[in-house]
Design a protein around this ligand. Structure first.
Ligand SMILES: [Zn+2]
Length: 277
């Protein structure tokens, strides 16, 4: 049994963008029966926006090429809590990084939402299995009565190693087990990321920094397997690209935003075919 919530009012979040390093603002407001993204006079339902997961985050792209970067953590906070009718207006071209996870957004959403019985939009139920990716990195999705995620990560460092999480998709479990898991980067790749215009706003306030034998984390790791929990957080946020709750069991093995969004594209196409019938 999944519980849903609806927004009771609007609020604002602001802070530095994780990749751009610029000051960004986000206005969250209720919207009836849809998820929409807005920026500088543009506005579209989320399922009509282009997707790009190749730059260490999930970017949503308007038809004129304007993109909103790093949307996954805020979207994860909303849909993870079971909120499906909302409008996000962004200033600065990127979502604020906040605390590097969904924790701060969830705290605000708890003040500005209330339980309700049904999602604001009809769920999409996957009717046959599909797979994206190949080799050691892939995602499979199976028909299921409810949303469920099984996630596996593996990094060749003793700090992370192999971690696995099976997650129910329930908002209560999301808030307790997933929302506060922070994003992470390898210390060895920071310079290269910054040279390519990424991670410019990254700091120990909003990310974990993984070294060869240890991890730098503000206040220490919140769980030994905080890394796989964050991957679940990312995957949930990326499934919001469908614009509707998903009834499927997703099994993600060493995946990332690029694969998540490839799956979301496949699901968007299947949902569009279903609507034409
Ligand atoms: Zn993330």
């Amino acid at each position: 049994m999944t519980f849903f919530r609806r927004l009771t009012g609007s609020f604002e979040l602001k802070g530095v963008g994780l990749h751009s390093g610029r000051e960004c603002r986000l206005y969250v407001s209720p919207a009836e029966g849809k998820i929409s993204l807005a920026a500088d006079g543009r506005e579209l339902p989320i399922e009509q926006l282009g997707l790009d997961g190749t730059s260490r985050g999930s970017d949503y792209i308007f038809p004129d090429g304007y993109r909103i970067r790093t949307c996954e953590h805020v979207l994860s906070a909303l849909t993870g809590m079971g909120i499906w009718g909302f409008r996000l207006e962004v200033e600065g071209g990127e979502m604020p990084a906040l605390d590097g996870c969904a924790g701060q957004a969830v705290e605000e959403l708890q003040k500005h939402s209330e339980p309700c019985e049904e999602a604001a939009v009809r769920p999409f139920a996957l009717s046959s299995s599909l797979v994206v990716g190949e080799g050691e990195r892939f995602i499979m999705a199976f028909p299921s009565q409810e949303f469920r995620v099984t996630c596996v990560v593996h990094y060749d460092t003793p700090v992370i190693g192999t971690q696995m999480m099976d997650f129910s998709g329930e908002p209560e479990d999301f808030c307790r087990d997933v929302a506060r898991a922070r994003t992470f980067a390898m210390a060895s790749e920071i310079e290269a990321l910054r040279a390519h215009g990424m991670a410019l706003g990254g700091s120990l306030d909003n990310a974990l920094l993984v070294g060869e034998t240890d991890v730098q984390a503000s206040g220490g790791l919140r769980w030994p397997d905080e890394f796989v929990r964050h991957k679940v957080l990312d995957l949930m946020g990326d499934m919001a690209a469908l614009g509707r709750p998903l009834h499927a069991h997703i099994v993600a093995v060493r995946a990332g935003h690029e694969l998540h969004l490839r799956l979301a594209e496949r699901l968007r196409n299947l949902a569009a075919v279903g609507r034409q019938r």
